[in-house]
Design a protein around this ligand. Structure first.
Ligand SMILES: [Zn+2]
Length: 442
């Protein structure tokens, strides 16, 4: 068994921080180390303790003075939208119809899906993100390409073949039966293969007929342990259109509730404009609201009340995500920088401990995967990110005046990007693509 000792400043959350000075909520070791073997963290502690446990031939990697955290987690992205990011549109529905749907049509071709999958994994690992929850396109080939690449990289990824059977171009439509059959085929072929997880993925109520929603309910009942992902309450025009399509439902959330899709491990992208009744229904069911700040600002969708959602008598579980390609950055630092600004506009404060909790353990808890990822606890998967808060001249200069861990994290969040990611370990293997090795294709 080849062991690796990874040395640096360890930071790993134990629970959600209660306030900006809640030092009990995390483990911090100034001269810490991890012992990694077989893709698993075997031991976590001070360098002296870990060194004493290590075998004589253990490979030692010294990342001092950098921070070592669990790999970052992104709870909502669209794998086929890498060539949609940075599209100029007035709002969600125009953006979907003008740019997104035509682009997703290209994923009927396996070669295209495989090419984009390679870029997708390169980009996420470059940003320090080791787990993403992805919508593929409606085509089974896109899910096959996504999961095959994930298997090759050894990553823990969650993905799903999108089901959609109306209100989109012909090339993007399945049928209730085809969506069901292909989702079952994707589950059979990929769920549990390597570290892959398959999610049941109706795009949203606008693009699924009641017949397809009923088939989604059947899938959800047949596979009660799988994740479910869809979109909810992103912008006003979308809400009105959706509710008109399901006139019997009380509100947008009730549409999904009627098909029994509100449950633990069900991820609802955006959920910005929920009523109190809807937020209660989310909280009661254990469903997750996935906050996508750069996307919400980019598309002008609205300001998600993150702090208020967590402060309710019945708190709603919140995850955070980039929402590529409606989102405007692959970086979880930029994502939380924008989340912070949205709370500022709402008169709330999001402290840096909370931000880093959300992109690691918080997202792992929301996914019900904290036994495996989002932490540096021994026995969990060795998905690890190494961060340098002095990665650029401007960051280096600002670091001269920084005197606490919380300040350093806030600097990383505010000025950091992929340049601050020194290394990304996937199951113990150094996996950050080098900048000079950027793929060149004829
Ligand atoms: Zn989305």
């Amino acid at each position: 068994m080849t062991e690796t000792l990874i040395r640096g400043r360890l930071l790993s959350f134990r629970r959600a921080p209660a306030h900006a000075a809640d030092t009990q909520s995390f483990l911090y070791e100034d001269d810490g180390a991890l012992l990694v073997a077989n893709g698993i963290i075997q031991a976590t502690g001070t360098y002296a303790d870990i060194k004493a446990k290590a075998q004589a031939d253990t490979i030692e990697i010294d990342h001092r003075p950098h921070l070592i955290l669990p790999g970052l987690i992104d709870c909502h992205v669209h794998f086929p939208q890498m060539q949609v990011i940075a599209s100029y549109a007035a709002n969600l529905l125009e953006w979907l119809n003008t740019y997104t749907f035509p682009e997703e049509c290209r994923f009927v071709e396996t070669a295209h899906a495989e090419r984009i999958a390679t870029h997708f994994f390169d980009e996420f690992l470059r940003q320090g993100t080791t787990t993403a929850v992805a919508y593929c396109s409606v085509h089974k080939a896109s899910a096959d390409a996504f999961f095959a690449e994930s298997l090759k990289r050894g990553t823990l990824m969650i993905g799903g073949k999108v089901m959609m059977d109306r209100n989109a171009p012909q090339g993007l439509l399945d049928t209730p039966q085809l969506g069901y059959d292909e989702t079952r085929a994707v589950i059979k072929e990929w769920h549990g293969k390597g570290r892959n997880h398959v999610a049941i993925t109706p795009r949203f109520a606008i693009t699924s007929t009641p017949e397809q929603m009923a088939m989604t309910q059947t899938l959800a009942e047949e596979f009660p342990d799988l994740h479910i992902q869809t979109h909810l309450s992103e912008n006003k025009e979308e809400i009105d259109f959706t509710c008109a399509l399901y006139p019997d439902a009380t509100d947008y959330t009730d549409i999904y509730a009627r098909y029994r899709l509100l449950r633990k491990k069900a991820l609802f992208g955006h959920a910005i404009h929920l009523s109190e009744r809807e937020a209660d229904a989310m909280a009661d069911s254990g469903a997750v609201a996935v906050h996508c700040p750069t996307s919400n600002l980019f598309l002008g969708s609205g300001l998600f009340p993150l702090k208020a959602m967590k402060r309710r008598d019945k708190p709603v579980t919140v995850a955070v995500a980039t929402d590529i390609g409606g989102g405007s950055s692959y970086s979880m630092f930029k994502t939380m920088d924008e989340a912070y600004k949205i709370q500022q506009l709402l008169g709330e404060r999001l402290n840096p401990l909370e931000s880093f909790y959300h992109m690691t353990l918080g997202n792992a808890v929301a996914l019900d995967l904290s036994e495996r990822i989002g932490t540096l606890e021994p026995g969990t998967d060795a998905d690890i990110v190494v961060l340098n808060a002095a990665a650029t001249p401007a960051m280096r200069l600002r670091m001269e005046t920084i005197s606490s861990l919380a300040e350093e994290l806030f600097l990383l969040q505010t000025l950091g990007d992929d340049r601050a990611v020194v290394e990304t370990y996937v199951a113990g293997k150094a996996s950050k693509p080098k900048a000079e090795a950027l793929r060149t294709e004829a």
